[in-house]
Each structure stands twice: as structure tokens, then as C-alpha cells.
Design a protein around this ligand. Sequence first.
Ligand code: GDP
Ligand code: IMO
Ligand code: MG
Length: 425
Amino acid sequence: MNSCITGLQWGDEGKGKVVDVLAEHSDIVVRYSGGANAGHTVVVGDSTFALHLLPSGSVRPNTICVIGNGVVVDPDILEMEIDKLAQRNITLTSRLLISENAHVVLDYHKKEDQLREDSLGQNKIGTTIRGIGPCYADKVGRSYAIRMADLRDIEKLKSQLRNIVEYKNKIFAALYNAEPISADQIFEKCKCYADKFLPFTTDTTEFLHKSIVDGKSILFEGAQGCLLDLDHGTFPFVTSSNASPLGMPAGCGVPSKMVDKFLGVAKAYTTRVGAGPFPTEQDNEIGQYIREQGGEYGTTTGRPRRCGWFDAVAVSYAVTIGAIDSIALMHLDTLAGLKEIKICRAYKINGKETTFFPANTTKLSQTECVYETLPGWEEDLTEVNDFSDLPLNARNYICQIEELTKKPVTIIGVGPKRNQTIFRQ
Ligand code: GDP
Ligand code: IMO
Ligand code: MG
């Protein structure tokens, strides 16, 4: 059984937790897109792990972890993550594979990300400044790209880096009046990356296909969320990769035909970090309540997340483009204490009602939400482990989400820990 797990909103839906929980019954977990812009939290007992590049199966000692070709790898962050896990006696030496075709995020990418965002002022995207956009841009541009495999020929890499850095420095000076960066310093770092990561670097596509033939069970772990997808999200306020399940085949070389189940993860409300349209946003005491109850501060940047009501129009769109079979609904516990809870069931754009999400920033900014209002509940849900033990209003809320999205909610999150999960078939 192979499953693909992706976010159905603007990221941070709780994918890390779901992947970790389901990894118990899987042999391999694969990241296929994004980079260290992701922050996936896994909570095991009293320990909290924030993973950026490592798949969320890392915390389980026997799970093989694959970083696919579609991921942009920042070796500094990867090294830090591996070391942090090692400090907690979790070792990846014999179970980490990195695609030789994955592109490498280097210091000039992060610098470019920062300079561009600073120069955009009010129009900035609000990126994580992890160099993601510039690295993917180099990938598409080809001539100035560095992949993991390039670390194998260090002499050739030296001259490649000289050319690239010369080009980048011209841009930094001309567009931003910024200090140059040193090719030699980046080269020295690359020599360390080669020592550290080449032993893990391989043809991961071949490995995955062999594993499928051997009957291994694989989880494909998405980063970000469908609405941040470069092609299908709220462009330009998106990330630079195909974060929806549409990015999975290209990002690891396994066709979606070989995936048995597509599971979408959504929060019981909506959050977003960074700029961009957010029709159900509650920039008021409701949003504040959700932020504090849910601890809605970024895993990667610590930024407060924008919060709002569940948007069934947006989630249904994600379900459609992702061919989602079922939904994991997280953070149901966070809504406890609200007298009324709203769900957006349609948009009104220029007086016309629609239930199809327009992934178009202009239209979204003109959107008026049509809400259904449901009664809330007071009870603490964090110890509930059976659907039938949830308060009636919480069950009705879930049923309403199922009706609007036309998909079953098969997993419910009532807290960050593994055992705070309700399974429902
Ligand atoms: P991801 O990027 O989708 O993996 O999500 P993040 O880890 O960035 O953010 C989700 C946050 O919610 C993390 O702090 C999780 O530990 C936490 N979390 C996950 N599921 C639940 C849940 O059902 N209830 C609560 N209260 N917290 C949860
Ligand atoms: P996970 O995997 C939430 C957002 C940034 C910004 C936009 C572009 O933890 O769900 P980028 O650095 O990718 O160029 O930023 O995308 N963003 C995320 N928001 N969760 C994430 O990842 C995100 N990764 C990027 O805030 O708005
Ligand atoms: Mg996150």
C-alpha cells in the first residue's frame, strides 16, 4: 500500500504528525518537493521534533527516508537536522537516501531571496528566506544550477562555482547595491558537503521502483499545501514548486498510478503565513483566539500565522486537483470554546455565487464568503479517542465538512501527540 499525504490549504496543516503516525506501518517515507521552507512537527511523548528537509518518518528508527529529486537541499540545514536527531540517539546513517538529481541551495540563493524580498517592500511575497525561489529558478534556468551529483567532481565544481558566483555578484551589485559573496568560501563549504552527504547520494528513482517491486510500503510526503502550488495555487503568493499531489510524480520519479491512496490533510480552520489572499481570514478576536489556542506560530520562521474559518471552497478545490480520497482533519481540539463556528460553503464574486475556487489573486480579493454557522462546543477534546465520544456539535461540524467537500474525514487530530488521533473508517 502506497499513500501520498499532502496539505489541502496553505501549509502547516499537520502533515508532519500524520506522516509520523502512518509511518508506523510503512517501510519508506519520501519527500518530493520544497526544501527547508517546510517545517513539519512531530511530537513523541515529551519530545518535539521540527523537521525541515528530513522526511517525517525520520523519528522512527527503522523507516527508510528518501529526499527526492524534486526537493531543493540546503546542506547546512540538513546537517543541523541530522545532528539534532543524533543528539537524541536517532541515527540516519544507514537509512537516508538523497537523490543525486536534487538541486542544492547555496548561500547566494538565500542572499538573493532576502535582497529581492527587501526590495519589494509592500509587494513582497513573505517568503521564508530559505533560498527556495532562487534555487528553483536556477534549476529551470539550468546553466547556473548545482545538483547533489555535482559534488562528486570537486574540481569541475570549483570552476562552475566561480562562473556562477561571478554572475550572481554582478546581479547583487547592479540591482541591489549589495556586497559580493566569495566563491572560494562557498567552494570550501561544498567540499564539506561532499564528504558529509555523498555517501547518502544515489539514484533514488531506481531505489523507489525496486522497492515497489519488492512490495515495500511507501508514504510520499508533501510539503506546503495545494494552495501554495506554483501552478495551481494563489500565484504569485505561492512557493516555487508543485506542492500539490500533482508534483509528486515529477518530484520522485514514481507515477501517481502507483499510489493507492491520496490523503489530504486540512486543519479544522484555516491558517496562512506570508502575504496573499485569504478569503475566510479573521483579522479580529476570533483569529486571535484560534492563534493562541492552536499555537499558530510558524515552525520555520516563528511568524504569527494568519487565522480564519474553514474554507470548504478552497479545500474542495485542493481535493479536486489532488484526486484526494479522504481527509485528515487536524486541530479539532483548537476550536473548543467558540460559541459559533463558521464554514465558508461558497464565494460570491461580483454578485455571483460559486463553489469552484478561482486560483486568481484578483478574483479572490473581490470574494465575499457565504458562511454556514454551526453551534460550537465547550468540551476539551484532547483526551477523546473515539469518534462517538466527541460532543454532538463537533461530530456535526465534521459531517458538514464531509458534505461540503464530498470526501470522508477518516483521521481526526485532537492534539499534537501521536495518541491524540482518532481513526475512523
Ligand atoms: P505541517 O507543516 O503540516 O507538518 O504542520 P506544522 O508542524 O508546521 O504545524 C502544525 C502544528 O500543529 C504543530 O505544532 C503540530 O505539533 C500541531 N498539531 C498537529 N496536529 C494537531 C492537532 O490535531 N491538534 C493540535 N492542538 N495540534 C496539532
Ligand atoms: P510546510 O511544509 C506554510 C509560504 C511562505 C510564503 C510562500 C513562499 O511546513 O507546510 P518560500 O519560502 O517557499 O518561497 O515562501 O510560501 N510557505 C509556507 N507556509 N507552510 C510551509 O511549509 C510553507 N513553505 C512556504 O510563508 O508565503
Ligand atoms: Mg509547517
